[in-house]
Design a protein around this ligand. Sequence first.
Ligand code: ADP
Length: 481
Amino acid sequence: MITLEYPELLASAYAVQPAPPTFVVEDPANGEVLAWVGISDIATVRNTIEMAQAVQPAWAARPALERGRILRRIADLLMQHQADLALILTREQGKPLTEARGEIAFAASFFEWFAEEGRRAYGEVIPPPQADKRLLTVRQPAGVAAAITPWNFPVSMIARKAAAALAAGCAMVIKPAEQTPLSALALLRLAHDAGLPEGLLSVVTADRAGAVAIGEEFCHNPAVRVLSFTGSTQVGRKLAEASANGVKRLALELGGNAPFVVFEDADLDEAVRGALASKFRNSGQTCVSANRILVHENVHDAFVARFAEEVRRLKVGNGREPGVEQGPLIDAKAVDKVEKLVADAVEKGARVLHGGGRHALGRTFYEPTVLSDVTADMAVFNTEIFGPVAPLIRFRTEAEALELANATEAGLAAYFYTRDVQRVFRFAEGLRYGMVGINSAMISLPEAPFGGIRQSGLGREGARLGLEEYLDVKYLCIGQG
Ligand code: ADP
């Protein structure tokens, strides 16, 4: 069980075993039972939405400056309890403690950002085409928002949505992933400690079957005006279909298949560092992970040698142990998927330069793996891997690199490394992606708009645009007699 300096963080989920029905939360590193969490039934979910609807107008009526002060306090509390929150996160999700601490800081940065950004929900005064009219727009909170969040960033994905919704004057009901509800409950606890009114931000929890039922309720309940989802493209599509009837506003952050292109004029040390961070952060379980590493033939062997050497050095283990850089995958199913992808690639001619199998540490561990000679007909090229496998592909020309980079339905993040300033613009403009990292592999920041195009989703999170997801534009036309 988890031992914390501030055990109240888990009071609602962990300290007291709730009455059945419950589901179990396990440490992916060793299968240890961490907690039993209640399954919210649909009546509870409806009540939670109703409560959000009841308290939202008073919240919206408060000046943005006042709302911002509470958000700022949430950011401060997250940082004050960073160590405890990181421990909860590592225990239920598996990522190394240093990454978990980083995620808590990242989550806090969204509360900090939106605490300010809420004050800038500006309208416009529009020059009228007729002398007897005055035209203007105001932005108003959309009302109640619902969020469904994934297990790979259990705190920051909630923060990115909730901070924006609350700053805009909305209420939010969150359904965290069944693997990682404890981080969500801990964050909720701190939000209340910071002075957020009861009912304005809520967490409902469930196992996978319950998640489907709650998803349906979010899609069909007329009080929910915005549905924000981060997860697989497959589930995102289902939610889009189910919410069509109620014509709900959707924000969808779905899967990616990021190309990472290394041109011959790249700074190879930087490119190796970037590829390593992008590929192996969170053991490859991020939607902006480098999924296909394309390297120019003239630097291919030099890049591959350095990259494989760095991968060889990665320390695998329980995320709680000092120095560990690669934790477990989220569950045994995730390892099965990676194993199949590697087997398919090897069968079709890929070479294993490092790793390539299950790790001796047990059922949820997979070796950091480097595959060379990967081709577009392999499943590993066309699937979001979500694991510690780096596929390398050799290319000859910029045109070929662009074609390979764009050869996917996904359109979330892409990366490339070059020192040619003309290529920077040309290649960036040719990439069909919502986000492009140029000589930079870490691109997620609260100030910047995160989101994809094509099958990777709708809408943006963070930045000024993240606030807009929770605001309605109202146009006022005033006759001047
Ligand atoms: P993953 O496969 O990585 O778990 P999912 O897209 O399945 O990604 O899950 C992301 C989130 O969506 C989780 O909170 C999960 O509980 C939820 N979820 C999964 N299936 C459904 C569904 N059919 N309806 C609503 N929510 C769902």
